[in-house]
Design a protein. Structure first.
Lengths: 161, 499
């Protein structure tokens, strides 16, 4: 929990910054690799492969710039972060995607996301929140599917309505 | 006189009962969503895009105008009452406004911000109405190489010139440009960066990116640092109305704020932060009550709020006349246009004048509606602010995913939304600006196709970019704007060494 400490010595290699620089370099490599598979059909001027190479060069330069910043420890100070709520919300999103993917319908999927997010923000009353989530997402489903005629994916619950 | 005729025609479109209703719904929804803490105008527009899917373009753009101004007004209410500006442009408002609310003068703070927004919005919209046709006349002479150069200017100013760090801003921009490459190349039909995934052939959806970065990213970020801050909602005590003294101290800041906001917003420079902070420091210098600054001076709310709204109307100038979004909110407005296959620019003024002028006229109407609605309804907005944080963010995420589910209910699209959420979280955590990503995604493909068109016309000769005087000037400007922050930083270091 010392990462956000303002009295930390300013000049220290920032590991996260190095990772960011490496990811940018990696992204540049992917762009070049992908562009190699493209055929230049343009008689004059640029083909489709030119722009990816230009952007990849930019990314490579920025990777160097980010690396220098990180090496000198020039990144702005960060406050400590709690990973648990982040993981909870991401688990909620994964649940939502799974439920939609397996045809569980809009109401169940968004309810799952609602309950996990609310837990991530410190609520412990899972049953109450589940009830609230089900009622809310049912209302949202009715309002958008029936009133605004947007097609939201239907599952077992939606077919009962 | 053309402008008057066009504007009168636009008014005739905007005052049709259905369109008035759309404007009213837009203002109401925009304020309601914008008032929620952590939700800025860009996200408000992104979240409400699906609501307008099924409307006709005219009606939905009018609703958009309402959402736009409503979201701005909602954001300043949040800034004043709980000191969590949803966007950096409201930061100056939060500085003095929250102090006023703490001192029991929340009512006058809200009132001066509402009336100031109205004054600034109205003047700036008049500015837009008169500047736009003139710019359109100029823009029809633009060739593809000039458009390309113009977009280079926008890229640089949005990402490098006015940010904290040009390197981090440009990094954000290039991530956006990379995302813009995904999908089928329009000129040759070849797939780029699709990796054999059929859903990627259509490219990255702007709304998916924006909602992922802004809504999901913000929720993850706030959740991760929940242990740091406790938000405190200031109750609105005492009279809502401004005293005679308040009026006297507010009207000049309103006008000065507008003078800062509109021109800077109208330049393809993007962002309302600069004019709001310029206005704040200007009011601080000119005030007769310098001792009140930092403790809740009404000038410090009136000026920046006016500047914020005026610059919002200002960004519509490059958006409508050149198709150039220079802020995240303008980028979302552009996404709204594109959902109907409409491309803002000089052609749209010629082909669909009813639509463009209807939109401009609706801005006036939305402004008036906000003034009438918001002060009486302030109690309702305050109650919205009191929603407990867990439910608030859970609800935001449900609505955020709903937009994607309604547009494309596929596992790939939803995974992209989650992925962009993680990206948004990391960018917030490591202090990378977010708007350049969205601008890069939208403008990248357009800039590429303009450049390729220009080069095809010139038979592959890149000198065409320098032979057109417009393009050469713009490219020189872009270069200066790119190098200026580095040079200034170097000079700053030099000075620091001398001391």
């Amino acid at each position: 929990m010392t990462t956000g400490d303002p009295v930390q010595p300013p000049r220290r290699v920032d590991r996260a910054g190095i990772v960011i620089a490496a990811s940018l370099a990696g992204l540049a490599a992917v762009l070049v690799w992908d562009a190699r598979g493209l055929q230049s059909t343009a008689m004059y001027g640029m083909g489709p492969e030119a722009m990816p190479v230009v952007i990849a060069s930019g990314l490579a330069l920025l990777a160097i710039g980010n690396f220098i910043d990180a090496w000198r420890g020039n990144l702005p100070a960060r406050e400590s972060a709690d990973p648990v709520p982040v993981v909870l919300i991401l688990a909620g999103l994964a649940l939502l995607i799974a439920i939609i993917g397996f045809g569980g319908g809009f109401i169940l999927a968004t309810s799952a996301l609602f309950v996990t997010t609310s837990a991530a923000f410190g609520r412990r009353a899972v049953l109450v929140d589940s009830a609230i989530a089900l009622v809310m997402s049912t209302l949202v489903y009715l309002a958008f599917d029936r009133l605004l005629t947007l097609s939201l994916p239907a599952g077992p619950l939606e077919r009962l309505l | 006189m053309d402008t008057f005729a066009a504007l009168a025609h636009g008014m005739a479109v905007a005052v049709q009962p259905m369109n008035l209703l759309y404007a009213l719904i837009g203002v109401f929804l925009g304020t309601a969503v914008g008032v929620l803490p952590g939700i800025g105008p860009a996200l408000t527009v992104a979240l409400l895009l699906p609501v307008t899917y099924k409307l006709d373009p005219g009606g939905s753009l009018i609703m958009f105008a309402g959402i736009y101004y409503g979201g701005m007004y909602g954001g300043s209410t949040t800034a004043i009452l709980i000191n969590t500006p949803g966007e950096s442009a409201s930061m100056a408002t939060a500085l003095e406004g929250n102090k006023m609310a703490k001192a029991g003068r929340g009512g006058p703070a809200l009132a001066t911000s509402a009336i100031g927004s109205f004054v600034a919005g109205t003047i700036a919209t008049i500015g837009l109405a008169f500047l736009a046709p003139w710019l359109v006349d100029f823009a029809v002479r633009f060739g593809p190489e000039d458009y390309f150069a113009l977009m280079c200017v926008a890229f640089v100013t949005v990402s490098a010139t006015f940010g904290d760090s040009p390197i981090r801003g440009l990094t954000s921009l290039f991530i956006g440009l990379t995302l813009g490459l995904v999908g089928i190349d329009k000129l040759t039909g070849q797939a780029r960066l699709a990796f054999g995934v059929p859903e990627l052939l259509d490219g990255v959806e702007v709304t998916t990116l924006a909602v992922g970065l802004f809504a999901v990213g913000e929720a993850l970020y706030v959740a991760s640092r929940r242990h740091h801050t406790e938000e405190k909602l200031e109750p609105v005590r005492g009279s809502l109305w401004m005293t005679k003294e308040d009026w006297k101290r507010s009207w000049k800041p309103w006008l000065r704020g507008t003078m800062f906001g509109f021109p800077i917003g109208a330049l393809p420079a993007g962002g309302a932060e600069i004019p709001t902070f310029l206005s704040y420091s200007c009011e601080k210098r000119l005030t007769k009550y310098p001792e009140e600054f930092g403790k809740g001076a009404i000038e410090g709310v009136a000026g920046p709020e006016a500047a914020n709204n005026a610059s919002a109307a200002g960004t519509l100038v490059p958006l409508l006349t050149l198709g150039l979004p220079t802020s995240a909110t303008a980028a979302m407005m552009l996404a709204g246009f594109q959902q109907y296959g409409l491309n803002p620019g000089p052609l749209l003024f010629a082909e669909r004048p009813d639509l463009v002028w209807g939109l401009i006229a609706s801005l006036f109407i939305a402004n008036c509606m906000l003034l009438v609605l918001n002060l009486p309804l302030v109690g309702l907005w305050v109650r919205l602010l009191a929603i407990p944080q867990p439910w608030l963010y859970a609800g935001i995420l449900v609505f955020a995913t709903m937009g994607t589910i309604a547009a494309k209910p596929s596992v790939v699209e939803l995974s992209m939304l989650a992925g962009f959420g993680v990206l948004g979280f990391l960018m917030r955590r490591f202090d990378f600006p977010i708007a350049p990503v969205v601008v890069g995604l939208i403008l990248g493909p357009i800039a590429e196709s303009q450049l390729r068109r220009a080069l095809a016309i010139s038979l592959g000769d890149p000198m065409t970019l320098l032979q057109s005087p417009i393009s050469a000037t713009l490219l020189a400007l872009a270069l200066i704007a790119l190098l200026a922050p580095f040079v200034l930083k170097g000079m700053g270091r030099f000075k620091a060494n001398e001391d």
